[in-house]
Design a binder for this molecule. Structure first.
Ligand code: ACO
Length: 322
């Protein structure tokens, strides 16, 4: 059995840190409101001129260094993003060039906040089907570019950043003891477009801003996240008590805690970074994996379940043994 196994992880956050209190100057809001409703305390924002591919390149370089391999050893780059530098070419090909990589192939995956689960599932499929041996899987976003800074219900929730994993084809035994990706589960339902979307795009001659019905998104999130995690676990016959770490998409601490509770997991098995990063969309899971490893939480051999939901709605989960 071929397994797509993590051999490196890294992340990058832009220098500028914005504390909740900074929003009190321009909006009718408070640090207390933001903290208590979302768990967010601060977020990073990209500098003017700093793009998604810049952030993704830095995270990729960190992941390659962690793996101890060169860019030339990579066969493919899969970048999860909804905030590519340009409409085309893909930001993934810009990262490819920034890394000095002239072979292989690179492409973007667009599934908003669920993007990293989608990217991991795609990278896994490339590896198990023999189309690539080593894949760089990146989540990178500059959601600050999509904010309506007059809408207090959205602009305080998001941040910029990037994280990356290096996956390598390794031979396993075919059991759940193997390191690497063990199960994936992807879902979408376009009927829910209106509860979370950007009201602009190429085909409508505009860039647009993020629009969200927060309560509606919240209502779907806990239920769908628990259900996709359970679906992934069912595919490999494992139960929640075998999970070492839940690494959820970091949107809101109440969604994160609600999902853990629904899965019957104690909060000390959840990697939480939302307080420091805000919601970085497709970047939040690889950021949390990288920070979780740095903190000494995630260790080799740990059973890790990632789950995410976002615009679409699109949602999914990936189980991997670290
Ligand atoms: N500061 C102060 N007051 C605010 C702010 C703010 N920043 N934002 C909204 N309010 C006000 C509202 O205007 C409303 O006032 P009103 O009652 O006078 O109309 C009041 O606070 C309550 O607003 P609600 O929307 O009911 O607040 P709620 O408790 O639902 O929290 C939140 C809002 C945090 C957006 C919540 O609904 C949520 O987290 N939803 C999930 C959405 C999410 O996380 N999306 C991320 C993208 S999708 C994803 O990644 C999963």
């Amino acid at each position: 059995t071929i397994r797509a196994t993590v051999i490196g992880v890294g992340h990058y956050l832009p220098d500028r840190i914005v504390e909740n209190a900074e929003f009190e100057k321009t909006l009718d809001t408070s640090d207390e409101w933001i903290r208590s409703r979302s768990g967010i305390e601060r977020r990073h924002f990209a500098a003017e001129g700093q793009t998604t591919s810049d952030l993704g390149t830095r995270a990729a370089q960190a992941a390659l260094a962690d793996a101890g391999i060169a860019a030339d050893d990579i066969d493919a780059i899969v970048l999860a993003t909804s905030t590519a530098d340009l409409t085309f070419p893909s930001a993934a090909t810009m990262i490819q060039t920034n890394l000095g990589m002239t072979r292989g192939f690179a492409f973007d995956v667009q599934a908003v906040c669920a993007g990293f689960a989608y990217a991991l599932a795609n990278a896994n499929a490339l590896i198990v089907s023999g189309q690539a041996n080593r894949v760089l899987v990146i989540g990178a976003e500059t959601f600050s570019r999509l904010m309506d800074w007059t809408d207090r219900a959205t602009c305080v929730l998001f941040g910029d950043g990037a994280g990356a994993l290096v996956l390598e084809a390794q031979t396993g035994t075919g059991t759940n003891e193997d390191r690497g990706i063990l199960a994936t589960d992807l879902n979408s339902d376009g009927r829910y477009k209106d509860i979370l979307y950007v009201d602009g795009g190429v085909s409508t001659h505009s860039t647009g801003h993020l629009r969200m019905q927060g309560k509606e998104v919240f209502r779907h999130a806990v239920e769908k996240l628990a259900s996709t995690a359970n679906a992934s676990m069912a595919k490999i016959g494992m139960t929640a008590d075998e999970i070492d770490w839940i690494v959820p998409h970091q949107a809101n601490i109440r969604i994160i805690n609600g999902t853990a509770k629904k899965l019957g997991l104690p909060l000390d098995k959840v990697v939480v970074t939302v307080q420091d990063h805000g919601n970085t969309s497709a970047a939040s899971i690889p950021l949390a994996l990288s920070v979780g490893k740095e903190r000494g939480q995630i260790k080799p051999g740990d059973m890790v379940v990632t789950e995410a939901i976002g615009g679409g709605l699109a949602w999914g989960s990936v189980i991997l043994r670290w």
